[in-house]
Design a protein around this ligand. Structure first.
Ligand code: M6R
Length: 610
């Protein structure tokens, strides 16, 4: 998983490439590089480490030229190093490639090339592509690339340039994302839209199995077997400033604070004035009778999106009275699940490009299930694979740790439950109207919760000297605990575990000693007393207990060492405000430790490889 860029036009390419790579660094950041053509020669500059190193290199020793390709890497084959950094060239240095994804048969290809006398300078799978294109080259980069990729197997995106044809770039999409931006007399290529949005809003999404031939005059799209493709341009309306930090020290904090707006966007146009029980989802079109006949819902996702799926299970089972299975996509794809035509599979993914989630979604479709995508990225692979679509509209999420995307996934799930519940007949108009009314309050409720940030910041100090943290809850509170725990571990690097409150005494309690922080989420009235019992169990071991509870909970202060308050909402909607203090807690613990919050070690924003 990496970020790739290309530029052809009248301007100096290197600064444009580096700027685009900076916006793609969330996809990987262990090395970076560019190859720029000055009209006669290709010059490659690359370096291990973050993009800043490459940038410094280019400041000292600039590379002139108005076309080029660039890359920011997240290692799959070969450790992070200067020589494994992209771009990779063929031995003559006339052809350069950048590549995102995996070439599954690279070892066989490499052996073949070695036997023919080739020499390699890296351990990457990508370098074989430069050799293959060179081997196939007879004066036409498009045809050479086409023939080269016919020999490669895998899921990837590839961008190729050659000093033999200055001002021409060829790119291929085999599953991994790729977009083209069309400017005036200049064309951009990138792994995603925010990387080029400040240059152009006219975007052409390259589809799976397509090859695009780019010059400054435009981009010509074909299928890999040579059939011309006409693709409508997407007009992107995002504000470019949305993709910037906007004054916050980190994107994560900015994105946490964008949540009221994000929730508003998710709801906009979907709740009808004058029809309090009705929800309209433009891209969800179940066939007549489908919702009533539904025998099972499968929810599949990874990471934070899976945690949103845990909320979906409680909400869907409660409101739709249908069994719901929540399955990690990386498990589901290798199972023999009982998914069939009577089921609905809900695949949840911020990026819509997570390889495992896509594979699970394809499996569900193959087995005849209807596929509904809940995703944030317009035009993502998942969105184009699904039968029904619910865009979460969180706007670009840059921080690796997902926050606003998670919250809008939850809101999307409530909307979906309303549509399905009304169609199934399990949700009457009064109950639906009450839920809609609750949804309308959420932007304000989240805003109010955010206003308490200073209290949470003060609390964060109590976590800093600890190596282990536990999060517990029951039902929906357990789902929130799971997400709170993931946030804590991925940015603070403190070991953290979440579990249902009742599970603690079956083993983990052995690890709770004096001062161990235990966070207890307590919003579910039906199981409140039961969770208090678990809280007592950890108190008895002298744990440091922090409870997340409603403003009007007068009981909790008798039990917990500290209480973080959230405004009262219907219990079903509580995950939305309840996650906010846990996001802020993780953020302030990590900030106090001086971590690279937006790009935590070993992680990447979008996991587009298995
Ligand atoms: O793009 P997706 O929602 O499919 O990504 C899934 C996970 O990789 C992602 O949620 C990951 O767990 C986040 N970094 C957590 O903050």
């Amino acid at each position: 998983m990496c970020g790739i860029m290309g530029y052809v036009g009248p301007r100096e390419a290197a600064p444009i490439l580096v700027d685009g790579l900076r916006r793609l660094e969330y996809r990987g950041y262990d090395s970076a590089g560019v190859a720029v053509c000055d009209g006669r020669h290709l010059v490659v500059r690359k370096a291990e480490g973050k993009l800043a190193r490459l940038s410094e290199m280019l400041d000292v020793d600039p590379v002139p030229g108005s076309s080029g390709i660039g890359h920011t890497r997240w290692a799959t084959h070969g450790a992070p190093s200067d020589h494994n950094a992209h771009p990779h060239t063929d031995p003559s240095g006339e052809i350069a490639v950048v590549h995102n994804g995996i070439i599954e048969n690279f070892l066989a290809l490499k052996e073949e090339l070695l036997a023919a006398g080739a020499t390699f300078t890296s351990e990457t799978d990508s370098e074989v592509l430069a050799h293959l294109v060179a081997q196939e080259y007879d004066g036409d980069l498009l045809e050479a690339t086409r023939r080269a990729v016919a020999r490669a197997k895998g899921a990837y995106a590839l961008v190729v340039t050659s000093s033999r044809e200055p001002g021409r770039i060829v790119a291929v999409r085999m599953i991994s994302p790729l977009v083209v931006g069309l400017g005036k007399g200049e064309v951009f290529l990138a792994s995603d839209i925010p990387a080029i949005l400040h240059h152009t809003r006219d975007i052409m999404v390259v589809d799976n199995g397509e090859i695009v031939d780019v010059t400054a005059d435009g981009a010509h799209l074909q299928t890999i077997d040579g059939r011309p493709v006409q693709r409508d341009l997407l007009q992107i309306t995002w504000d470019a400033a949305q993709a910037e930090r906007g004054g916050y020290p980190h994107f994560m904090l900015k994105e946490i604070h964008e949540q009221p707006q994000a929730v508003t966007e998710t709801l906009t146009g979907r709740l009808l004035d004058g029809e309090p029980e009705t929800v309209v989802l433009d891209d969800v079109h179940f066939p007549p009778g489908f919702a009533r006949a539904l025998d099972r819902i499968w929810v599949t996702a990874c990471g934070t999106a899976l945690h949103a799926g845990l909320v979906a299970k409680e909400v869907f089972e409660g409101l739709l009275r249908v069994p719901v299975e929540v399955a990690y996509a990386h498990e589901l794809r290798y199972r023999d699940p009982l998914i069939g035509p009577g089921s609905l599979t809900v695949a949840i993914s911020q990026s819509g490009e997570t390889a495992d989630t896509l594979a699970a979604a394809y499996l569900a479709k193959e087995r005849g299930s209807r596929l509904l995508a809940v995703t944030n990225v317009v035009g993502s692979t998942l969105s184009r694979t699904a039968d029904d679509l619910l865009y979460t509209r969180a706007g670009p999420e840059i921080a690796v740790a997902s926050t606003k995307a998670y919250m809008t996934m939850l809101v999307g799930e409530y909307l979906l439950a309303l549509v399905l519940g009304r169609e199934r007949g399990t949700l009457d108009a009064t109950a639906a109207a009450a839920l809609v009314a609750g949804l309308r309050t959420l932007p304000r409720v989240v805003e109010e919760t955010l206003a308490r940030e200073e209290d949470i910041k003060a609390l964060a100090a109590g976590f800093n000297g600890h190596d282990h943290v536990y999060f517990i809850g029951r039902g929906l509170d357990y789902a929130v605990a799971m997400e709170g725990s993931l946030k804590m571990k991925e940015i603070s690097y403190i070991h953290s575990e979440a579990m249902p409150a009742g599970e603690l005494k079956h083993g983990t309690l052995a690890l709770v000693t004096e001062g161990t922080p235990v966070v207890v989420v307590l919003t579910q009235t039906a199981v409140y007393d039961k969770t208090i019992s678990a809280l007592q169990e950890v108190k008895a071991r002298r744990a440091f207990t922090v409870a997340v509870a409603y403003d009007d909970d007068t009981e909790i202060a008798k039990h917990a060492d500290r209480v973080v308050r959230i405004p009262r909402v219907p219990d079903l909607l509580a995950p939305v405000p309840a996650i906010v203090p846990l996001q802020l807690l993780a953020y302030h613990v990590a900030a106090a430790r001086g971590h690279d919050i937006d790009q935590p070690r070993n992680l990447a924003k979008s996991v587009t490889v298995e």
